[in-house]
Write a protein that binds this ligand. Structure first.
Ligand SMILES: [Zn+2]
Ligand SMILES: [Zn+2]
Length: 246
């Protein structure tokens, strides 16, 4: 009763607004328009191995169904466009870390995400460089992973790698070759026992060419992991055309 009253007062002072467009959200975290668009993004056809959004029934133009080495599969909530884009930017750059939990809950609503977590022993959030983490105050991938770990007992979040280089943001490094070079030796293994003989799933916010995930996987080479997967909020178009030409 008291809680209900407090909630009503809070809603009056701070009316619930949409995580993406800041418009009115009657229920849940999104307004009805963004909610509809988000559901469409999550339901859109995508490659089962690398999560690239595809035209219905089309073969994958990135991995031809083979996946991205060394990942068994990469799973995403949807394409990096509204309402996911604005939600992710708010989560990363505007201190809206609770958005990570809202998006994690959306991910847990998808059968493909639950299927991946059923076959995952440990979640590994992609670490930020310590200097960036201090400036931001949190790592959004860690917020995401911790919420995803609530999916089932025994699913743990571990921290076997650190980021050694404070690399330029991948979104401003243009070519695929530059992205790989930018990230060479970007991560270092500090705890192989946390992942030895485990099926691991990296957790991150957005992938474009998957260069960051591949660099993190490279740091695992000597760790004796059984399988590597990726789980991300969104997939951005490597050709920067927002998947208009699929
Ligand atoms: Zn909205
Ligand atoms: Zn693919």
């Amino acid at each position: 009763m008291h809680f209900r009253l407090l909630q009503d007062v809070a809603n009056f002072v701070y009316p619930p607004c949409c995580v993406c467009c800041r418009g009115a959200a009657d229920e849940g975290a999104f307004c009805s328009k963004c909610e509809e668009e988000l559901s469409a993004l999550a339901a859109a056809h995508a490659c089962e191995r690398c999560a690239l959004p595809l035209a219905d029934g089309g073969a994958c133009t990135r991995c031809a169904g083979e996946g991205i080495y060394p990942f068994a599969r990469i799973v995403a909530l949807g394409a990096y466009r509204e309402p996911l884009r604005e939600s992710v930017l708010g989560m990363k750059y505007r201190h809206r870390w609770p958005v990570a939990e809202i998006l994690a809950d959306r991910m847990l609503g998808l059968a493909r995400v639950r299927a991946l977590l059923d076959e995952t022993d440990v979640l590994v959030p992609i670490p930020l460089h310590w200097s960036r983490q201090i400036l931001r105050g949190y790592n959004q991938a860690d917020c995401l992973a911790r919420r995803l770990a609530k999916y089932r007992r025994g699913l743990r979040v571990v921290y076997p790698i650190v980021r050694l280089k404070n690399t330029a943001s991948q979104t401003i490094v243009r070519s695929i070759a530059d992205r790989d070079a930018n990230l060479r030796f970007a991560f270092g293994l500090i705890d192989r026992n946390a992942v030895r003989r485990k099926r691991i799933t990296f957790v991150d916010d957005v992938i474009t060419t998957a260069a960051t995930l591949k660099a993190a996987a490279r740091a695992m080479e000597e760790a004796g992991v059984v399988e590597i997967n990726g789980l991300v909020i969104a997939v951005a178009d490597p050709r920067r055309r927002d998947f208009q030409v699929v």
